[in-house]
Design a protein around this ligand. Structure first.
Ligand code: MSP
Length: 533
């Protein structure tokens, strides 16, 4: 977000309000130490059609990455695609092409969508790239040499859809499709040996798995003995994967391959300097569907490698249609492209960020989208711009006026505006994105009400200095809210700031310069009229 540029105090030495008159204020942001921030999304199955669920995690990561960049942090934001495994092989065979060709054709669908959604990732990994496969083999060899991988004969139920062996209980639950009995020799990772250490780690590090109820869920799961993990597939059955370096008749299990992207991209075993700089990740953002693989498989793999664990694994909820998860296999997915084309990228980003309470599920319907768009973007934010530029154009020569002395009505708004930046930063840092947006919209709503009660269009006829004061405060509040919403809606907020001649302004109240000529513009968010049936 919620950012823009945070100026150092020396940028604006004449602003007397920047002294110690608001201790819980912008000073916290100005002197906050600069950090590194390494954020990841899951790498998505290349076979999936990218849908709103995938777009959501990626936009969320982008919003947080932009927010941290704006706060002066050095950011590394990665995403990518997961290309190995049985489903990819089967899909390629069905089309009569090689699995590599199949992946080469499908992978760009994700990259293209991220471009359309204005995602500023720093890297994009495909698990078939040599820079990744080499690291996976290095990891396998290292874990093998440490004595944490052994070979065994195993007989059990195998779910082709999930690409893993399932337990007897899972089998009888009836929740797994495409299940068959398999007996084979395989390699196993001694995951069980790390059970106690993992439990203790979760208990000692309350920010490790978030939200808290997810950590409790994993602790509950760890009350049962943790088995070892089958990490190989015989090539005779499934050949599309990375070879085990110690047995060429096998490829590795997709998760033992995919999870490693989080260290292969920042340079584990290939670029020590880069790796030391970025690892451990600050935030693995994931959906709740892949919590176990991340908090149990991945962390025990890292224990075995002697590496630090990511600082936080955050599992968000699902986008539902009705009561069911949106997913390709259920055939109820919303295509983000349809919404982007119809309503614009920033509106889609705004809706997804505002509507979902991080950690809970949310419902995606076009009706909810239109309602939110019309109320927040057309009526509140867009309307404030229209009013400010319309009134300045009509009575003030289209120029930002000089504010003059404040009255209590303005002081209320200024106080709200000054406190807002710090509040928003706190909320984003606590991953309460929807609240941070709502707080910013509260400023917009407050100013819209203030304009109605002050009626600067009437004042302009009798008391031009008062009309100037009111419109300066309204325009400045609009500018500040645009800066605060920048990470969520990078393009529309830039338009607003450019109209106000404040393109690279920051978070301090009063940066709007009197005398600036406003630029002409179109309606920012045209209202969506719902056809009556
Ligand atoms: N390839 C694995 C992840 C490997 S990570 C090392 C995978 N891929 S996936 O294509 O199925 O993507 C799963 C992720 O997509 C979820 O964790 C979540 O981030 C996102 N979503 C997919 N459907 C979703 C919803 N309906 N709602 C919200 N997000 C969901 O699992």
């Amino acid at each position: 977000m919620f950012g823009g540029i945070i100026h150092t105090p020396s940028d604006n030495p004449h602003d007397e309000n920047k002294t110690f008159d608001f201790p819980t204020s912008i000073f916290y942001l100005l002197f906050r130490p600069m950090n590194k921030f390494f954020i990841t999304t899951p790498i998505y199955y290349v076979n999936d059609v990218p849908h709103i669920g995938h777009a959501y995690t990626t936009i969320l990561a982008d919003v947080l990455a932009r927010f941290h960049r704006a706060a002066g942090d050095e950011v590394f934001f990665i995403t990518g695609v997961d290309e190995h495994g049985q489903k990819v092989l089967q899909a390629a065979q069905k089309r009569g092409v090689s699995p590599q060709q199949h992946c080469d054709e499908l992978a760009p669908r994700f990259g293209n969508l991220w471009e359309k959604l204005n995602i500023g990732n720093d890297d994009f990994i495909r698990t078939t790239e040599v820079r990744h496969t080499k690291v996976v083999q290095h990891v396998l060899q290292k874990v093998y040499d440490a004595g944490d991988i052994y070979v065994d004969e195993y007989e059990g139920w195998y779910s082709v859809a999930e690409e893993r062996f399932i337990t007897e209980t899972e089998m009888t639950s009836g929740q797994f499709r495409d299940v068959k009995q398999i007996k084979e020799r395989n390699y196993f990772f001694k995951m069980g040996k790390y059970q106690e250490r993992l439990i203790k780690y979760i208990q000692d590090n309350p920010n490790f798995i978030m939200p808290e109820h997810r950590a409790n869920e994993i602790l509950g799961f760890l009350k049962q003995p943790l088995g070892d993990l089958c990490i190989s597939r015989p090539k005779a059955r499934m050949s599309w994967g990375i070879d085990l370096p110690f047995d060429k008749d096998y490829v590795t299990y997709v998760w033992f391959d995919a999870l490693i992207n989080y260290i292969s991209v920042p340079g584990y075993s290939s670029n020590d300097k880069k790796f030391e700089k970025w690892w451990p990740a600050d935030l693995h953002l994931i959906g709740k569907d892949i919590l176990t693989t991340h908090s149990v498989y991945w962390t025990t793999m890292l224990f075995s490698l002697g590496l630090e664990l990511p600082k936080t694994i955050f599992a968000h909820g699902w986008w539902l249609t009705g009561d069911t998860k949106m997913s390709k296999s259920l055939g109820n997915v919303m295509n983000p492209m349809d919404f982007i084309e119809k309503y614009g990228v920033d509106a889609v980003r705004y809706f997804l960020m505002r509507e979902m309470v991080l950690g809970s599920d949310a419902n995606f319907t076009e009706d909810a989208f239109i309602k939110r768009y019309n109320s927040d973007l057309a009526n509140d934010f867009g309307n404030l711009l229209n009013r400010v530029s319309g009134l300045l154009g009509k009575n003030h020569g289209g120029v930002v006026p000089t504010p003059g002395a404040m009255t209590p009505a303005e002081e209320e708004i200024v106080a709200f505006g000054r406190g807002l930046s710090v509040k928003v930063h706190g909320l984003v840092a606590g991953l309460k994105i929807h609240e941070a947006i709502d707080e910013t919209l509260n400023l917009v709503r407050l100013v819209n009400k203030y304009l109605e009660s002050q009626a600067p269009w009437k004042l302009a006829k009798t008391d031009l200095p008062s009309a100037s004061r009111v419109l300066y405060v309204a325009a400045e509040a609009l500018r500040l809210s645009a800066v605060l919403l920048k990470s969520v809606m990078p393009s529309k907020t830039q338009t607003v700031l450019d109209i106000l001649g404040a393109g690279d302004s920051g978070l301090t109240w009063g940066e709007l310069k009197p005398g600036t000529k406003l630029q002409a513009h179109e309606v920012l968010f045209p209202r969506i009229e719902i056809e009556k049936k």
